[in-house]
Design a protein around this ligand. Structure first.
Ligand code: DC
Length: 644
């Protein structure tokens, strides 16, 4: 399973240019295809769902071209039903392609098969098929009754009068019917049965149809009349707005992580209902500013978001972002009237509840609501994404809780926002890490501790973990080369660091891990790959606000390869042995210069020659040779570099 590890984040601010709106992109493509004339579409979204639509249109005889590698396309409309009268279309999990194409093809007088991925075949389409059958369409279910795949055959269409369609499962059924009806040339009224959900999406449909010359008369959200002799005509150029649902992640990041965070591409004049997400955020206390084509979010004056209880039926997609924002609210939060989540890319109510619980939230899940209570502190977790782009994008926000987050299958964002994680990284600030690697007795422990103190950061002496493992193995009578058993000890090490002392369970072992026997043992257990793997997460757990100084052998290469500053601290073996000799004599212990030097050289050789995480100076590490330096000078050198 592929995954992406997000580091704990300190905050978010900056500016993001949004990718094109999925809803507008796929609607515009279909309308341009059915219209008379050529349409230039600017800033089309580049994503899987739009690819499926483009492929389908090509298969149906619609010519389109792309301007180089840009997001600008030209579509040559066919001015009526599709010219290709037989086709087999695979539409992935793109609801915005599947539903409208079903309706347009049912009225195109050909024989078509439409299918998608397994999840698409679990998403209902019966209400749309029922509506189309009312006007004579011949559609059969190839698999389960009420669900794709579908088989469409030529049929005598009897438009006119009133077609009834249910509006309480997905608003896309109504969108699909409305966009296809002008193909019949006869005035037809669509009557919505049941409460229409996600109304703003119908707003997008009507707005775009009007731009293509078909004005639908509407009585509330109940009756919609498509005029007779309506024909789509290209408006020439269509600019696709930025995606308002995608904006929600960045606006929430600004509201949680300080801000100001600005998104460009949507704003006050947007036709997308999801811009109203900004209003919802405002109710949580976030400070929002808006221009015609931008929105900016900042954290509330008091810092923390306010608990909320909101009906979110009008913004079902962006509402998912609020479920994760609830992790940062000052009390229990309720998201109401979101039943449609259950028939989206996955059962989003169940998926959201599962994953929120993993990061420590208390979640109550109902048929059409979620109640989320934040934990006192977020728990690092591996988040499953259910092949749902929004799950992946939403949970990136959890990292703003000073918490490591692993996103499984991060590529699922390709559905609507292939570059999401790159953009997210550009506007977020990870908790900084200063990595100090180097050989034994090079003084890196002392330097790291002093640098951490000067900066107010946490400090990790990773060598002491290997020393603790060696000591635990000695105590348990486990041989240093018994990899599985030593790894078990490493995985369950009851290590504790407090006030400069090191504990194994309740025992203070600060001195015991510094004996030569423990030192040699440490360098032996450190060659074992399973031991290193067992200590990986434990080391990463030290990364917390405001920052971390970590020292060892593989901090910059394996544990924190994304560390902002890396040092390789060393000194000649002779100088290191002399320092160690002095330390031992000062403590009144017996010491032999020759054997100390040999021990050091042996350990250096073992650390550098081992196949896993060998000691090495990385190309991006700053070399600091302390042979001729005292501690003050070394600390000064590191601090200067970090500050610059
Ligand atoms: O830094 P130190 O001398 O306390 O380390 C003790 C041993 O642990 C050393 O021989 C190498 C090993 N070690 C390691 O392999 N990786 C680290 N990140 C830290 C220490």
């Amino acid at each position: 399973m592929e995954f992406l590890d997000l580091p704990p984040l300190l905050g978010a601010s900056g500016c993001v240019r949004l990718p094109g709106s999925k809803s507008i992109s796929n609607r515009t493509l279909l309308l341009a295809a059915l219209a008379e004339g050529e349409t230039d579409i600017r800033d089309l979204l580049a994503s899987d769902d739009v690819e499926r639509m483009l492929e389908a249109l090509q298969a149906l005889g619609v010519e389109w071209s792309r301007d180089g590698e840009s997001d600008n396309y030209r579509v040559r409309g066919v001015g009526g039903p599709f010219p290709v009268k037989a086709a087999d279309l695979f539409l992935g999990n793109a609801g915005t392609a599947f539903r409208p194409l079903t309706a347009a093809l049912a009225l195109s007088g050909g024989e078509y098969r439409l299918s998608g991925v397994a999840r698409m075949h679990e998403r209902p389409i019966g209400d749309l098929v029922d509506g189309l059958r009312e006007i004579g369409a011949d559609i059969t279910y190839v698999g389960n009754e009420g669900f794709p795949p579908l088989h469409i055959r030529p049929a005598a269409i009897r438009p006119g009068g009133v077609v009834r369609v249910r509006g309480d499962v997905s608003s896309q059924f109504l969108t699909a019917l409305l966009m296809a009806l002008p193909l019949t040339g006869v005035e037809t009224t669509v009557e919505v049965v049941g409460e229409l959900i996600s109304k703003p999406y119908i707003g997008i449909t009507l707005d775009l149809m009007a731009r293509f010359g078909v004005v639908v008369a509407r009585e509330g959200w109940q009756r919609f009349t498509v005029p007779g002799n309506a024909r789509y005509r290209s408006p020439g150029v269509v600019f696709v707005e930025g995606d308002a649902s995608s904006a929600s992640y960045f606006l929430a990041a600004g509201a949680i992580g300080g801000g100001p965070l600005r998104v460009e591409g949507v704003g006050r004049s947007s036709i997308q209902g999801d811009v109203r997400f900004a209003e919802a955020l405002e109710q949580l206390g976030a400070r929002i500013e808006m221009g015609d084509n931008w929105i900016e979010a900042r954290a509330p004056d008091g810092g923390r978001l306010k608990a909320f209880d909101l009906d979110l039926n009008h913004i079902p997609d962006a509402a998912m972002t609020l479920a994760v924002a609830a992790l940062f609210a000052d009390g229990p939060c309720r998201l109401r009237n979101i039943a449609s989540w259950r028939v989206k890319e996955t059962d989003r109510i169940a998926a959201m509840a599962n994953e929120l619980r993993k990061v420590g939230a208390t979640v109550e899940e109902g048929p059409d609501y979620l109640c989320v209570t934040a934990p006192a502190r977020l728990v690092p977790a591996a988040i499953d994404t259910y092949d749902d782009h929004r799950m992946a994008m939403c949970f990136s926000l959890a990292a703003l809780g000073d918490c490591r987050v692993r996103i499984n299958d991060p590529k699922c964002v390709n559905k609507t926002f292939p570059t999401y994680f790159e953009r997210f990284a550009e506007v977020t600030r990870p908790v900084p890490v200063i990595a100090i690697d180097g050989p034994s007795a090079s003084g890196k422990g002392t330097v790291a501790a002093r640098v951490a103190e000067a900066l107010g950061y946490h400090c990790l002496d990773s060598g002491s973990l290997y020393r603790l493992v060696a000591l635990a193995a000695m105590r348990a009578g486990v041989s240093f080369d018994d990899e599985p058993d030593v790894a078990v000890l490493a995985g369950s090490l009851p290590a504790r660091f407090a006030e400069g002392r090191v504990f194994l369970g309740d025992e203070d072992v600060t001195e015991a891990i510094r004996t030569e026997e423990a030192s040699v043992g440490a360098s032996k257990v450190a060659v074992l790959a399973e031991v290193r793997a067992a200590l990986l997460d434990r080391q990463r757990e030290y990364r917390h606000a405001p920052g971390l100084v970590a020292e060892g052998r593989d901090i910059g290469s394996v544990i924190f390869p994304d560390a902002g500053t890396k040092f390789f601290l060393t000194a000649t073996a002779q100088a290191r042995a002399e320092r160690r000799y002095k330390q031992l004599i000062e403590k009144g212990m017996a010491a032999n210069m020759e054997s100390l030097l040999k021990d050091l050289q042996d350990r250096d050789a073992r650390d550098a020659a081992r196949p896993v995480a060998p000691l090495q100076k990385l190309p991006d590490a700053v070399l600091l040779d302390t042979t001729e330096m005292d501690v003050e000078q070394a600390v000064g050198f590191v601090l200067d570099r970090v500050r610059s």
